[in-house]
Ligand binder design. Structure first.
Ligand code: ATR
Length: 275
């Protein structure tokens, strides 16, 4: 019987995960079926239990269920524990469900492996303090940056995150008006661009060597990356590589095979640009 995998979310029609995992399975010669499942907002736990009672072996979890998945898992990886959010579930041999969060590893892999951007000893600025940022902080601190500074529209949330993650490395919160640039690496983890807005950053955070990453992606450069480019950033990168990267880490956890995510990313980029 074929092993089943799926991504659960609401909405889910836009998900690129089935396409990505199908390509990984082909590359690694794995016999599996991966589908997208629309789950009612009040029906997540039921859907997960039903899936794993059948031939389900693993799930990706997306908006709005990542916190519920965190609560539902029988055990958690350390990075899922600190993120307090789960994007990957796996049925283990003893019938229990393991929760992991591969978002941060996906982003770190995209920066360091796909784009040769080292984080060690670098000054990193992270913008935003929501779920997306919470998921990446521990893997980022694991790369031994010189410092991570968090800024957020609501300052208290940045301060809370910095307090929660201080045990993992040098992290602090700042007000937008107090930033002392330029930074080596800037990560935009806000959803500001969904409203066509930009975070209130001074141009001085960007210097000629600054790498700027937006966790969002679009056919064209996002507004944030356009702004960064116009301020003279060295390199601007969007979140498509993070999407493929987190999928690759989930796939490896489930199947013990490491797919070639660079190859899949190339195809996805081409498709996005031709769409
Ligand atoms: P996600 O799970 O995608 O991180 P979230 O938890 O709602 O979503 O967090 C969204 C982040 O984007 C928050 O940091 C939010 O700032 P607040 O904490 O002040 O709400 C930030 N954000 C959203 N719209 C923004 C805007 N127009 N300008 C600046 N920051 C914005």
């Amino acid at each position: 019987m074929t092993d089943l995998y799926a991504v659960m979310g609401n909405p889910i029609h836009h998900s690129k995960s089935p396409q990505i995992h199908e390509q990984f399975a082909q590359q690694c010669k794995q016999n599996l079926v991966y589908s997208a499942m629309l789950v009612p907002v009040d029906g997540f736990e039921n859907a997960v239990q039903k899936f794993f009672k059948g031939n389900g072996r693993g799930l990706n979890i997306t908006v709005p269920f990542k916190e519920e998945a965190y609560k539902l898992a029988d055990s958690l990886t350390e990075r899922a524990q600190t993120a307090q959010a789960v994007n990957t579930l796996m049925l283990q041999d003893d019938g229990t469900i393991l929760g992991d969060n591969t978002d941060g590893a996906g982003l770190v892999g995209d920066l360091t492996l796909n784009n040769q951007v080292e984080l060690k000893d670098k000054r990193v600025l992270v913008i935003g303090a929501g779920g997306a940022v919470r998921g990446i902080l521990q893997p980022f601190l694991g790369q031994c940056p010189e410092s991570i500074t968090i800024v957020n529209r609501t300052f208290e949330k940045a301060q809370n995150l910095a307090d929660n993650f201080r045990e993992f490395g040098p992290i602090s919160a700042a007000q937008f008006s107090d930033l002392n640039g330029p930074f080596d690496v800037i990560i935009n983890g806000t959803s500001a661009s969904l409203n066509g807005e930009l975070p209130p950053l001074s141009a001085s955070v960007i210097g000629p060597n600054t790498v700027v990453y937006d966790m969002m992606y679009a056919k064209q450069l996002t507004d944030f990356l356009q702004w960064a480019k116009s301020q003279g950033a060295n390199k601007v990168l969007d979140g498509l590589g993070m999407l493929v990267g987190q999928a690759a880490v989930s796939f490896e956890l489930w199947r013990n095979h490491r797919p070639n995510s660079g190859l899949v990313l190339e195809g996805m980029r081409k498709q996005l640009q031709e769409a």
